[in-house]
Design a protein around this ligand. Sequence first.
Ligand SMILES: O=P(O)(O)OC[C@H]1O[C@H](O[C@H]2O[C@H](CO)[C@@H](O)[C@H](O)[C@H]2O)[C@H](O)[C@@H](O)[C@@H]1O
Length: 286
Amino acid sequence: MTNFQASLPTASTPRMASPSHTGPAFAAEDDLPLPPALDPGANIALFLDFDGTLVEIADHPDAVVVAPRLAGMITALSRRLGGRLAIVTGRSIAALEALLGPVEVAVAGSHGGEFRSRAGAEVEPLADPLPAAVVAALERFAAANGGLLVEPKPFSVAVHYRRHPEALEGLLACAQILAQDGGLAMKHGKQVIELAMPGSDKGTAVTRFMGLPAFAGAAPLFLGDDVTDEDAFRAVRHLGGQGVLVGPMRATAAALRLPDVAAVHTWLEDGLASAPAAQPEGETRP
Ligand SMILES: O=P(O)(O)OC[C@H]1O[C@H](O[C@H]2O[C@H](CO)[C@@H](O)[C@H](O)[C@H]2O)[C@H](O)[C@@H](O)[C@@H]1O
């Protein structure tokens, strides 16, 4: 056990509502401690969600404001961690890099549907493409309901109802039928319903990273804000690590909490500032 793990509450903390790896570990009326200071010298692996964790939620997916230093900070932290850092996002990798710039780290995109094992590696598809007919059906629904925003991705499709909350009931019904008929996975994130081919989520993505030589043996930490991050919180708990919920308390499998995006940036910046200089290229773990 690393010093980092020893200082954290564990899955056997008495406040736990459920001992299983499948449900939330902590109830909404509990609260969770802050994570200890990030120590890039410890044998940890860091997994970072994007929307709501590294950038504030905005009214439109293209309207998020990315801090100018964010990509550089994440790349530098990844180097300090010997490559044991990945962004794990519901966005496609292309959409992520369009916002963040070409960040030189491992990435899982489209909720685990696409996977880049390390900086510079090819993007591997891990899911089958969604049938075009499903996207077309959702586009028809969106057009008939005030023009909901449809965001097709390589392995899933997101329909945003943030500007049309009145359409949620009909959207859920439409998506449920499409999911049932097509054997698809349905995810309900922040003001968004997503359909994807089954078999990949943020938990499977984290588990896949942890099976790579560069990540093996490290204690994983996953920072995320949305209910779609709960798969990853459960996965890291199962792998001997901890989830860090970002935002207000809710029922969660995370064991730690940071209050907001600003606190995440401070925690990462402080960790980076505390780290010794990065090893030269080529001396990181394979
Ligand atoms: O896993 P994440 O990195 O958190 O991505 C989840 C989804 O994020 C985006 O939608 C969310 O953020 C938008 C911008 O703040 C917001 O307008 C929307 O309501 C949120 O649901 C993205 O557009 C989706 O594709 C991601 O799956």
